[in-house]
Design a protein around this ligand. Sequence first.
Ligand SMILES: [Zn+2]
Length: 370
Amino acid sequence: MIHRFFFGVVAIATAMVAIAADESSYTTADFEHLRKFDAHVHANMDDHRFLDIAAKDGFELLSINVDYPDFPTLENQARVAHALQAADPKRFHYLTTFSMKGFESPQWTANTIRHIDAEIARGAVGVKVWKNIGMVVRDSQHHLVMLDDRRFDGVMNHLEARHIPLVAHQAEPKNCWLPLDQMTTENDRSYFRDHPEYYMYLHPEMPSYESLMAARDRFVARHPKLIFIGAHMASLEWSVDVLSQFLDKYPNASVDLAARMTQVQYQSNADREKVRQFFLKYQDRLLYGTDLTEDPPDPHQRAQNPPSDGTPFDVEADKFWRSDWQYLATPEVQHIEALKADVRGLSLPKSVIDKIYYSNARRVFRRLPQ
Ligand SMILES: [Zn+2]
């Protein structure tokens, strides 16, 4: 009887310790010594500035090659990725991409598969598609090519069969389709004010936000075994409720948080507990990322990448990483200029932070070197 009581007390005490440990959160200072993974950056320079600040702050990097006219050519992006990977294979990782040139030619599928396989053999851990699919590339009939176009099937079935992850940036933040005074963040407002050519509210002839999301959803549904990562919160950054529905509907999908943290903060300022519950519920499906971009040719062309104000890159990267850490990992309050508001951190449990900041990326990108 005594023994049973004693063990019962020990069991309860142990369980309480486990709950306490699980629920406790990291501090601002913990940032320095925890291993972390930024699953969405663009290292476009063959220097070591990005790697140096990543090493200093304890990050591994996943640099994403992208068919983006304002970035260096695809060949140059690949060359930089190969060089940085050779310099630090444990810290630097990359995604390859493919060109849409010759999309309608009979050789496009075979050539694209050959290119992807060669890059995977060289160390790429996945493939990226950009918003040029859906918003820029037109076929010979002048129709915009959507992600669910059947002409992608050969390539996408190949990725699915080989368990090669696909990171898809489709559409834009929903703000892009809203009038300026209805946008939720200053960074979107100033960017789209300065770039009317990319501001879809001014281009009713272009596909609607909803139609782009629907094409993406049809694509994900058609490839249920594809390891699918929706870049930028799958462009559902404006509502954790809608993003929850997406994640529930497509169990093969994860999302990265790159360049959309202010949208999360906007929502948590309205209802912190709801956003916190979202992170707890989907803790296995969220990948930390920033979209930090080292020196694109023209800073004015930086779409949704963190804005540059002439600050040295390593200072900027360090600042972004620490601000996000403070928001996700700690309960501290900070001022967020893009919202013109103070934002209280989510103070997520350590176990959840460990997943979002590290182990989810390592699980999803299974080809990462150990
Ligand atoms: Zn990006």
